[in-house]
Ligand binder design. Structure first.
Ligand SMILES: Cc1cc2nc3c(=O)[nH]c(=O)nc-3n(C[C@H](O)[C@H](O)[C@H](O)COP(=O)(O)OP(=O)(O)OC[C@H]3O[C@@H](n4cnc5c(N)ncnc54)[C@H](O)[C@@H]3O)c2cc1C
Length: 387
């Protein structure tokens, strides 16, 4: 007889695991601490649709293909790059300095090693200046104060995919990530999954069970101190402001690894008429307070967005410490992260575990792999055989 599969946590990982299990006919119970599903994929209610974390989906990835196959892909738009800017040596520019372009081209097509840091590897091939600029440019997806110290393979594969691929693979869900969460939730409900919200789990349910919480929460629930991995620490500011012609659409900070995105430029539905929604980030340095990082972020905004202080209508500030996905240090890859299979019918899913992909793609990939293993443990081996 098939046993019920319990899933703890209804972010991207838990929702996708629930869908993968229920599609194979399993009896699934999904327990979520919060009143609403989606975890870090939620957006704010109200006139400004500010995402808690993510903005971008990637249309070349397996998560995207999986949603398309199920006809649950949300409507999405491409970033508008015509008004893109960068900060270099305190100056806002439209184009990178021409002398760094040959160095970047020299790196294209090369495989980077796992066991060396990016700065050292890229510096040897293309010179220190190129290595430094590319390191800072990676702040947008690493949320780390010094991306150059990460594994060269980790940083370079993501840089090529995200920043150097034309046309861009980046897509923003129209009306924010809550649209994507809404699509996953509808599928979960259509498949008859039992969903219990406002149900924080404080003792491990009977197996088979998938723990799809953040890694520090899984550590507590499983009483396993080994469950940890590197992640970013960043200050995020969401600013609603009145429209002004000529505002940049994105600003990449090649001085301090920050980022400014005027997401309403491509996705006007996330701000009220005549207004814009900017989401900006600045990685917090070791020993630095969030207030100090906020001052640096505001100075970056001063340089890049004319008159923004006088135009401000809405603000939300968040510190995202250890919540922006896994970072692999030199000598380690995704395979070295905490394993999905914890033994005895317990499985781990989320964006900090041993699964491939980028950011939320890791949550999806680990969710479907945990589902495959849980199905086999529950006595529903169809998916296990297929995989
Ligand atoms: C600033 C920032 C920007 C980002 N940008 C991007 C981006 O552009 N693109 C991208 O792909 N990804 C991005 N990410 C990463 C993305 O947000 C995450 O990878 C993804 O949302 C993680 O999903 P998850 O299901 O693993 O975890 P979560 O979304 O954290 O879900 C875990 C769930 O478990 C629940 N839970 C926890 N403990 C318990 C308990 N004891 N009992 C019951 N329920 C519990 C929580 O309430 C939560 O709903 C970004 C993240 C941040 C912070």
């Amino acid at each position: 007889m098939q046993r019920q599969i319990t899933i703890v946590g209804a972010g991207i990982a838990g929702l996708c695991a629930a869908i993968a299990c229920a599609e194979e006919g399993a009896d699934v119970r999904l327990l979520e601490a919060h009143e609403h599903l989606g975890g870090r994929g939620r957006s704010t209610d109200g006139p400004y649709k500010a995402n808690l974390g993510p903005h971008a989906m990637y249309d070349d990835g397996d998560f995207w293909a999986w949603m398309r196959e199920r006809k649950i892909l949300p409507q999405s738009c491409n970033p508008r790059l015509t008004a893109a800017r960068m900060r270099i040596n305190g100056q806002i520019r439209r184009m990178p300095p021409v002398d760094v372009v040959p160095g970047v081209l020299r790196l294209r097509g090369r495989e980077a090693p796992v066991d060396v840091d990016f700065r050292t590897w890229a510096g040897r091939q293309a010179g220190e200046r190129v290595a430094e600029m590319l390191s800072r440019a990676a702040g947008v997806f690493t949320f780390h104060h010094d991306p150059g110290e990460l594994s060269a393979d980790f940083l370079w594969s993501r840089t090529v995919r995200l920043l150097l691929t034309i046309p861009s693979i980046v897509r923003y869900p129209v009306s924010g990530w809550s649209t994507l969460i809404g699509a996953l939730e509808s599928r979960v409900r259509e498949l008859g999954v039992i969903v219990e919200t406002g149900s924080p789990v404080d003792a491990l349910p009977d197996p088979p069970v998938i723990i799809a919480t953040e890694l520090h929460q899984a550590r507590k629930l499983l009483g396993d101190e080994t469950l940890s991995w590197s992640s970013g620490n960043t200050l995020c500011l969401d600013i609603g402001l009145t429209h002004r012609r000529g505002d940049p659409s994105v600003v990449s900070d090649l001085d301090e690894a920050g980022w400014i995105g005027r997401y309403s430029a491509t996705n006007p539905s996330i701000a009220p008429d005549g207004q814009e929604l900017i989401q900006a980030q600045m990685p917090i340095r070791p020993g630095e307070s969030p207030d100090q990082a906020a001052l640096r972020l505001e100075r970056f905004m001063d340089a890049a967005v004319t008159d923004w202080r006088a135009r401000e209508r809405f603000r939300r500030r968040q510190v995202m410490d250890g919540r922006s996905g896994a970072l692999d240090m030199p000598g380690s890859s995704w395979r070295d992260r905490p394993a999905i299979d914890r033994g005895e019918g317990i499985y781990l899913a989320g964006d900090m575990v041993a699964a491939p992909g980028m950011l939320a793609e890791v949550a999806w990939a680990s969710g479907v792999e945990a589902a495959r293993l849980a199905l086999a443990a529950a006595g529903a081996p169809r998916l296990a055989r297929a995989a």
